[in-house]
Design a protein around this ligand. Structure first.
Ligand code: GLN
Length: 209
């Protein structure tokens, strides 16, 4: 159907080549990401096997327990397939997803895909304040962003190709490295879809080449 004047142009439906966002659904809060991307106007599919990465334009790596996700990934070549995928295709990681994506994981050390040039410390905000909601400044247009932190990792180092888009105290909370976007908080748990929109822009730009 033709788009009538004034009707919103939905992500993925602006031409005959729609974008498809996979959501890694091994464990964790992947359903919340599906809802958030639906409200941001994107088509999503759940990914539970390495072969389901084929043909995706981008992938969400949700929060949850990185140790549990690793157990699933270490079966059937999924870990290596995901590493290859993330080194070339847009990925949006939140919380445990950031732990999977990072080059170095501390507290304790843990195997990771190593594509995001950052060091992360797991559960680094301490027991009392390990879950909290803060509204903090960001480089994104539209003013401060509400950030939900749940037993979050802290990014303690980023490489020179990593752009910091928001911080909590001195620690980066939202970072971008080329085709990778990573948040130590949970953008899928608020009504604000600016982070999802940024990722969709990255995916469209990557697809356009
Ligand atoms: N503490 C979790 C981990 O280390 C991450 C928490 C989250 O994803 N909300 O994997």
């Amino acid at each position: 159907m033709a788009n009538t004047a004034g009707a919103p142009v939905r992500a993925g439906s602006r031409n005959s080549n729609p974008i498809t966002i996979g959501v890694l659904a091994l464990q964790g809060d992947y359903e919340a990401h599906v809802r958030a991307f639906k409200s941001a106007g994107a088509r999503t599919v759940l990914v539970r096997k390495p072969e389901e990465l084929a043909g995706l334009d981008g992938l969400v790596m949700p929060g949850g327990e990185s140790t549990t996700m690793l157990k699933f990934l270490e079966k059937g070549g999924f870990f290596d397939a995901l590493g290859r995928f993330a080194s070339t295709t847009p990925c949006f990681a939140t919380c445990a997803g950031v732990i999977l994506l990072a080059r170095e994981v501390l507290n304790p050390t843990q195997r990771s895909l190593g594509v995001l040039d950052a060091t992360v410390e797991r559960n680094a905000y301490g027991r009392q304040i390990d879950s909290t909601i803060l509204t903090l400044p960001t480089e994104l247009a539209g003013g401060p962003l509400e950030m939900v932190f749940i037993r979050s990792p802290r990014i303690t180092r980023v490489g020179k190709n990593v752009q910091v888009l928001a911080r909590r105290d001195d620690a980066p909370t939202l970072v971008r490295q080329g085709h990778l976007l990573a948040a130590t908080f949970h953008p899928e748990m608020t009504a604000d879809t600016r982070v999802q929109q940024l990722f969709l822009d990255m995916v469209r730009a990557h697809k356009a080449g």
